[in-house]
Write a new protein. Sequence first.
Length: 246
Amino acid sequence: MHSDSPENPTTLAPDPAPLIIKIKDLRFSYPGKMQSAVLDIPEWHIARGERVFLKGPSGSGKSTLLNLLAGILVANKGSIEILGQNLGALSARKRDRFRAAHIGIVFQQFNLIHYLSILDNIRLAAHFGNKGKTGLELTAKQLFEALGLDKALITKKASNLSVGQQQRVAIARALINAPEILIVDEPTSALDSDTRDTFMKVLLQISQTQGNTLIFVSHDTALTSHFHHVVNLAEINLAGGSKYVC
Ligand code: ADP
Ligand code: MG
């Protein structure tokens, strides 16, 4: 009997994970620079639960792509579908809500609000994510513990924290709503190698527990072993490729 015959269904290959991100014929230029597209991506997919390491030289469009995936920027042409929702079909307000509910982002500069306490920075993200207040402080404290941050920091102003601490807070803020997708843009560039390794360990551990799909941009190719896929932006992007040396 053939091993994958209907009589023996247990040997069938499992279904591949469903796609959580689908890009089709995406084109993007910044306003005033319509003649030179930063991104021209015919097709790109990411499956649920995948950990993708995105690399490419400085200026090649990595942050632009992350901002498009997060709905902060909007494509000039083509579509970006996240969790079955075409971002281009949403108003700016609905895109903001969609992002807050489904996507956690750690920006290169962390973007904490400096005059607010750490807890208020995290509360704000939870509020926009519509997850309510129940258990928020407890979840924040659990994330702090997992990230190796002193819980006493929670009442401090963001401006009083070191770069390493701010970065972990930015991760806690991105994860407070247990987002389906976690986007992280060059998070280790300001860290020494010991802090970087600890940071990666906790980030990957928490992200795995939450089951996030992870898109991680970095120059640090020593980190690629933590990822399922390593994608060079030039492989998927037809725009501007010849300008850069990879
Ligand atoms: P990377 O993250 O790979 O370093 P970016 O996405 O930041 O690259 O930038 C891609 C290109 O878009 C660069 O040529 C950059 O100068 C340009 N660019 C980035 N942000 C803006 C902006 N806000 N307005 C106009 N051009 C921009
Ligand atoms: Mg960038």
